[in-house]
Design a protein around this ligand. Structure first.
Ligand code: ADP
Length: 150
């Protein structure tokens, strides 16, 4: 018997969960893609956040559902507006690495009031997107913890 409380045990288990074991495949688009095509991609891929990359495949932006909705208000020609004028851009992107703890990702999602983070790999030139982690992935981890203690 370890003498640990229930919440200590839960915390111990939470600190064993890493991004790499719960991340999803990222969906990326080029920065020259139109807002119209980004909307189509979001529907076809069935995801809520798109990551925007430059020609070298380095992360330059993030696009959420509301970013696309906001751009759709009014009479602009959506197929003529490139996503790089409406996206949230570097260096204001909250990211994580695959070795990070899921609990740290959960903290960032709540603190920044966002739904998803790109999982990145740092190179000399910038950040490459290797994964995606969302509130859904966190919820799955939460369920996995619950099933572990059955
Ligand atoms: P929605 O806007 O559809 O509710 P989010 O809450 O995820 O979706 O996004 C809120 C705002 O934060 C958007 O403008 C979006 O571009 C931005 N955003 C989303 N994810 C990130 C991130 N990982 N880093 C920085 N900004 C982000």
């Amino acid at each position: 018997y370890t003498g640990k409380s229930g919440s200590q045990l839960l915390t111990d288990n939470l600190k064993k969960l890493h991004v790499k074991d719960y991340q999803s495949i990222p969906v990326v688009i080029g920065e020259g893609i139109s807002v119209y095509d980004a909307i189509v991609t979001m529907f076809l891929e069935d995801i809520g956040t798109l990551f925007v990359v430059d020609k070298k495949s380095l992360l330059v932006g993030v696009l959420s559902r509301k970013d696309l909705l906001r751009a759709s208000i009014g009479k602009q020609e959506l197929s003529a507006i490139p996503v790089n004028i409406i996206m949230t851009r570097m260096p204001n992107i909250t990211m994580c690495m695959k070795e990070d703890l899921l609990i740290d990702v959960a903290n960032k999602l709540i603190e920044k009031q966002i739904d998803a983070l790109p999982v990145v790999r740092e190179t000399e030139q910038g950040f490459e997107v290797v994964g995606r982690i969302t509130k859904t992935n966190i919820t799955k981890a939460f369920l996995a913890l619950a099933n572990e203690s059955l």
